[in-house]
Design a protein around this ligand. Structure first.
Ligand code: KIV
Length: 257
């Protein structure tokens, strides 16, 4: 018998049970199928696809059309996992544009949407949730602000940042978000936030004490070998294996000398 489809409420309940949430990104049909078969309960079509699939230097050039294209491919895998998608850069500046774009992603097959920011985007978050689309927050280092901030900087290093992160996390939980990604937050602050909010805090580069962890799958399996974040230890060297398989095949075609 097939196991039942995972919902946003199921992800929230994992925190209540003390079960660690393992989450990964996927941008197409085969990767969603593989992650689902491996038992990953939460899969994100992240706008990190801008770097690891589309070859951009950061996530800011990713468009709604890019996201819809990849969400449709990912959703065709019909995973048991909860499958969500990022609202890309500048797609959630007003309540109206946020609602329209969240609905476009939901129509493409996203079962939740994620956007970067806390109290600054609370009206947008509330509107998405009121429209019946589950929402995942994203706090800490916000990749869509990388150009403004001049790099990927760790957050929570001083009291002002700690207080702001905590207030943002509490506000998102209060607004009805089902989970929050904490990216590049100092481990003690990530631990404190995880302990103080009722919904799962899912860390990336934020230490071991969050309710779950998320990684870009390409980083985990060495499929984008030209850059690996410091906090990831790849468990495979897919890039090297592809080069080797291709070179072996090429050699097998060589005719007699
Ligand atoms: O875009 C992305 O893949 C993400 C996760 C890594 C959190 O936002």
């Amino acid at each position: 018998m097939n196991s039942p489809k995972i919902t946003a409420n199921d992800i929230r309940a994992m925190k209540t049970r003390g079960e660690r949430i393992a989450s990964l990104t996927a941008y197409d049909y085969p990767m969603v199928k593989l992650l689902d078969e491996a038992g990953i309960p939460l899969i994100l079509v992240g706008d990190s696809l801008g770097m690891v699939v589309l070859g951009y230097p950061d996530t800011t050039p990713v468009t709604m059309a890019d996201m819809e294209h990849h969400v449709r491919a990912a959703a065709r895998a019909r995973p048991r996992a909860l499958l969500g998608a990022d609202l890309p850069f500048k797609s959630y500046e007003t309540v109206e544009s946020t609602l329209a774009n969240a609905r476009r992603l939901a129509d493409a097959g996203a079962e939740f949407v994620k956007a970067e920011g806390g109290r600054a985007i609370l009206p947008q978050v509330k509107a998405v949730i009121a429209a019946g689309i589950p929402f995942c927050g994203h706090l800490g280092m916000l990749p869509q602000s990388v150009r403004e901030e001049g790099g990927y900087h760790i957050k929570g290093k001083n009291e002002t940042e700690r207080e702001a992160l905590l207030a943002d996390a509490l506000a998102l939980a209060e607004a009805g978000a089902f989970a929050i990604v904490l990216e590049l937050v100092t481990p003690p602050v990530a631990k404190e936030i995880s302990g103080k909010i009722s919904i799962p805090a899912i860390g990336i580069g934020s230490g071991p004490d969050c309710d779950g962890q998320i990684l870009v799958t390409h980083d985990l399996v060495g499929a984008f070998p030209w850059f690996t974040p410091r906090f990831v230890k790849p468990s495979l060297d897919t890039g090297a294996q592809i080069r080797l398989a291709v070179a072996d095949w090429k050699k097998s075609l060589a005719g007699p000398a």
